[in-house]
Design a protein around this ligand. Structure first.
Ligand SMILES: [Mn+2]
Length: 245
């Protein structure tokens, strides 16, 4: 689904057709291990599911593009732990990078707030780590800080892990979602996390983290990712009028 001219959503990834580039964000590899360490016992299934989900995306891409991707950009927080690199993080992060490198010419890692010590992993595979990446008027940055926005027209961030609860008469379900709105008159796109352990932060209820989102979201558009479909749910304000300031 194209949400801005030239910017398409494929499941949990963004595809920039003109630049033949795929963007994913916030895989948070090692998240389960860190939950385990704090006494929360959940099985470690995430890595396998991330790979399966990516395989589905590459399959969808192949249907419309002939060539291999030029770039895959990971827009921050590829791994979870702040201060250390755990054994699982080392192993799975390298395996993920190796898997992605089979599908593109170049991988770019954008630094997230969890990526204080991503250097050693990136060096092992000769991968560039940058604070942000740009294509002409598009700025791609993690979203925990607002950099110099110059004359960019479109900003793509992750970091927030947006999700939204949908109510029907019987129950409430939470889905990962994209948000599209504005920030300082620029188009702002917030990408859901590729972390498959949790859906993320319910943007209609919870306090948001990103300085880009310290504003009213009522006019933001919501695109819900439900299984393998992306659905346009219109404006947040129409979805859950009582919760939005
Ligand atoms: Mn983050």
């Amino acid at each position: 689904m194209e949400i801005v001219k030239g910017i398409e959503i494929i499941d949990l990834s963004i595809y920039l057709r003109k630049y033949n580039t795929l963007i994913i964000s916030d895989t948070h590899i090692g998240y389960e291990e860190s939950l385990n360490k704090s006494g929360i016992f959940i099985p470690r299934f995430q890595f396998k599911e991330i790979i399966q989900r990516l395989e589905g995306i590459f399959k969808q891409l192949k249907a419309t593009t002939k060539n291999q991707l030029d770039k895959i950009i990971i827009n921050g927080d590829i791994k979870h732990e702040f201060g250390t690199i755990s054994e699982q993080e080392w192993r799975h992060t390298l395996q993920l990078l190796d898997f992605l490198s089979k599908h593109c010419k170049e991988i770019i890692l954008i630094k997230g707030n969890h990526d204080k010590i991503i250097g050693p992993i990136a060096e092992k595979r000769n991968i560039k780590v940058v604070d942000q990446f740009t294509f002409d008027t598009i700025l791609i940055t993690h979203g925990h800080i607002v950099p110099n926005l110059r004359s960019y027209k479109t900003i793509i961030i992750g970091h927030e892990h947006p999700a939204i609860s949908i109510h029907d008469t019987i129950r409430t379900e939470t889905y990962k979602c994209y948000l599209k709105g504005t920030y300082k008159k620029k188009t702002l796109i917030v990408q859901p996390a590729f972390n498959l352990v949790t859906e993320g932060t319910d943007v209609s209820k919870e306090k948001l983290l990103s300085p880009f989102l310290k504003q009213s979201l009522k006019n933001f558009n919501v695109y819900v990712v439900a299984e393998d479909k992306v659905l346009d749910f219109g404006k947040i304000r129409g979805l859950i009028p009582r919760h939005i300031p």
